[in-house]
Design a protein around this ligand. Structure first.
Ligand code: BJW
Length: 234
């Protein structure tokens, strides 16, 4: 059985109408990252941070999954949860709304809030009062531990194919996944508007809504890539 691990970033949701993080129209334009995406920023100015994430959360009401999200559901349904796992850095819920179930949201989920002391999670689709300090956005800020890393690494060591879709590769630890998978014998594939500059075996360049369905067709309709034998095999 072919085992595929897919990593997605903000680029997969751009054609749904969401901005990427970086670049001229990026989400952080007009904000200092340290102010809105660090625990220190929240401690210093919770009103600014809650307002920022309330704005992002509202945007989710106006967008829908696109053909790239849907194609990854098709891949999961064809390979089963043992054959395909989706790791997303995205805090939007477009993969979940499209129907992906074998998924790790490693940077959290905008439509959840988290108790700052107990870690309890609540589903949350509306605004959080700007003065709220006990409940914070369930997102992973810089300097915080990402979600589900150990199982992700385990899956990368067993993958036949690793594909990174719509991510700039600027953020650790996700920017190490291709190297980990490759060192354990996976064929690594980048799907992006343009090359990120990281080392991949193959590049598929163009809009995700075109490239991802074509990539899924390739996986499903051609023989599994030959896997090299190596030390990571279980
Ligand atoms: C298309 C497209 C189309 C466009 N089709 N493609 C020095 C100091 C302090 C920390 C560090 C340091 N050096 C390293 C670190 C670690 C740090 C880090 O990586 N920093 C670097 C930036 C320097 N990482 C962390 O802190 C992480 N945690 C950690 O390391 O923990 C260690 C630890 C261990 C034990 C205990 C405690 C800690 C956590 C990182 C959390 C990142 N969170 C964010 C913010 C979420 C909330 C928010 O909204 O503010 O997650 S950062 C932001 O970047 C967001 C994203 O998920 C992430 C990745 O961005 P992504 O998805 O790649 O988006 P873009 O915009 O960068 O790229 C879009 C791409 O799409 C582009 O390539 C386009 O070409 C493409 N594209 N249209 C196809 N149509």
């Amino acid at each position: 059985m072919t085992r595929v691990v897919v990593l997605t970033g903000a680029g997969i949701s751009v054609e749904s109408g969401l901005s990427p993080f970086r670049g001229p129209d990026g989400l952080w334009e007009g904000h200092r990252i340290a102010d809105v995406a660090t625990p220190e920023g929240f401690a210093a100015n919770p009103v600014l941070v809650q307002r920022f994430y309330n704005g992002l959360r509202r945007r989710l009401n106006d967008v829908a999954p696109n053909p790239a999200h849907v194609a990854l559901v098709r891949l999961e349904q064809a390979l089963g949860p043992e054959g395909m796992h989706l790791v997303t850095q995205n805090i939007d819920d477009l993969h979940q709304r499209a129907g992906s179930t074998s998924i790790t949201a490693m940077h959290g989920e905008l439509r959840k809030i988290r108790h700052v002391r107990t870690g309890e999670l609540l589903p949350w689709t509306g605004d959080v009062p700007e003065s709220e300090t006990t409940w914070r956005p369930h997102v992973v800020w810089f300097g915080e531990r990402t979600i589900g890393l150990d199982p992700i690494i385990e899956m990368l060591t067993r993958a036949d194919v690793f594909a990174a879709i719509g991510t700039s590769g600027t953020v650790y630890p996700a920017n190490q996944f291709a190297a980990i998978a490759k060192s354990c014998g996976a064929v690594t594939v980048e799907i992006n508007l343009e090359p990120s500059g990281m080392d991949f075996d193959e590049g598929w360049f163009g809009p995700a809504t075109e490239q991802v369905p074509a990539f899924v067709d390739r996986i499903l309709h051609t023989a599994a890539p030959a896997r090299r034998l190596h030390d990571c095999d279980n």
